[in-house]
Design a protein around this ligand. Structure first.
Ligand code: GH3
Ligand code: MG
Ligand code: MG
Ligand code: MG
Length: 346
């Protein structure tokens, strides 16, 4: 059995620094182009028991500029597939130990197999064999004796199609993730906030557990912009967002940019006392940032007012009740002087 080294997968790192929607779009297109110009030639895995056919196939594939790995039966083919993640599998139907049909069927169960075409090469021409090949997941089928010009074109087309599908899938995933992110702060946006709240609402209702929310609003932020300009205001919001995120320790805790200079925190399985403690942690984090705000009437630094509300969700209430409760508590915090947290238990 001969293996060539596996190609390094086109690395799609998650999370890209984005300042606004326009640059997000450019990032996605740049990434798409980067995947498109993948430098390494595609890897073809030949699974064929007949040595002379294997040699001929290898020569043809190498002439086409592909890298080639070989396996001599179905079992070895699966093992090579898992180790090497080829771009295409050329699979003989009749082989000892595990035939091509069983091998193809097993391959379909492996992660990522949906993107990897399997081209079956066989002397079997009867309708039943052809149907069986497609039933077990073959992408295409060619018969022996091999018509080399046809095989060349089939392989080329199948690889192109699968690479295109892969790129599209990566781009779609990236766009989906961007659609839920706030461009300025990189926090979840309002849309994801709404979905998360709805989801946690139902989850907590099923568990009869408390759900808390904290609304946070930057104090005198208009004056901050007036003093330092809008861009400095943007940087301030980014730092506040990071501080908010760092104050949340549990995996279910969630923070979003609710709008403007307002942020919303969702805390599943959290009672009122615990929500107050988290609000306190948030205030400490913001205080530690020490962002100068000379025009503020409550501090020399940027501060937040916070409104916390807690509810055990029930069929008689709705997520909007929790939002309204946190809003009301925030309103009290503003009216009682700002830079503090008020709470409401519903
Ligand atoms: P309060 O303490 O009562 O909350 O006062 P405030 O000045 O923070 O509240 P107000 O609603 O009067 O003003 C909010 C300001 O937030 C006005 C708006 O320009 C600013 N703002 C909202 N979104 C952004 C943003 O994305 N970037 C910047 N730089 N400013 C923003
Ligand atoms: Mg054979
Ligand atoms: Mg506000
Ligand atoms: Mg404000």
């Amino acid at each position: 059995m001969t293996y060539l080294l596996p190609c390094s997968a086109s690395a799609l790192s998650s999370g890209i620094p984005l300042n606004n929607w326009q640059s997000s779009r450019e990032e996605v297109l740049a990434r798409f182009a980067a995947i498109s110009s993948d430098k390494e030639p595609p890897l073809v895995l030949l699974v064929e028991d007949d040595r002379s056919t294997r040699t001929l196939l290898r020569e043809l594939m190498e002439q086409e500029g592909y890298r080639v790995a070989e396996a001599e039966d179905g079992e070895a083919g699966i093992e090579a597939y898992v180790r090497l993640s080829p771009n295409i599998v050329l699979l003989d139907a009749i082989m000892p130990i595990m035939d091509g049909f069983a091998c193809c069927s097993q391959l379909q169960k492996l992660p990522g197999s949906a993107q990897t075409p399997v081209l079956m090469i066989t002397a079997l021409e009867d309708a039943e064999s052809v149907d069986r090949a497609f039933d077990v997941g073959a992408t295409d089928y060619v018969t022996k004796p091999i018509h080399w010009p046809v095989l060349r074109q089939r392989v080329k087309r199948l690889i192109q199609q699968s690479q295109l599908c892969e790129k599209l899938e990566a781009a779609i995933q990236e766009l989906q993730s961007l659609a839920c992110r706030d461009g300025l702060t990189q926090l979840a946006n309002r849309r994801l906030f709404d979905e998360t709240l709805e989801c946690e609402w139902w989850r907590m209702m099923c568990q009869s557990a408390p759900l808390s929310m904290i609304m946070c609003d930057v104090d005198f932020f208009k004056l901050y912009n007036d003093t330092f300009g809008h861009q400095a205001g943007d940087s301030c919001l980014k730092r506040v967002a990071m501080a908010l995120k760092s104050a949340l320790k549990r995996s279910g805790d969630f923070v979003a940019r609710y709008g403007g200079e307002e942020f919303a925190v969702i805390l599943p399985n959290t009672d009122a006392a615990c929500a107050v403690r988290i609000a306190y942690q948030i205030r400490l984090r913001i205080r530690d940032l020490q962002i100068p705000h000379p025009k503020s009437k409550v501090s020399q630094y940027v501060t937040l007012s916070l409104g916390a509300a807690t509810i055990v969700p029930s069929p008689e209430t709705a997520p909007e009740n929790l939002i309204a409760g946190a809003d009301t508590a925030l309103y009290w915090a503003k009216h009682q002087g700002r830079n503090l947290c008020c709470t409401q238990t519903l």
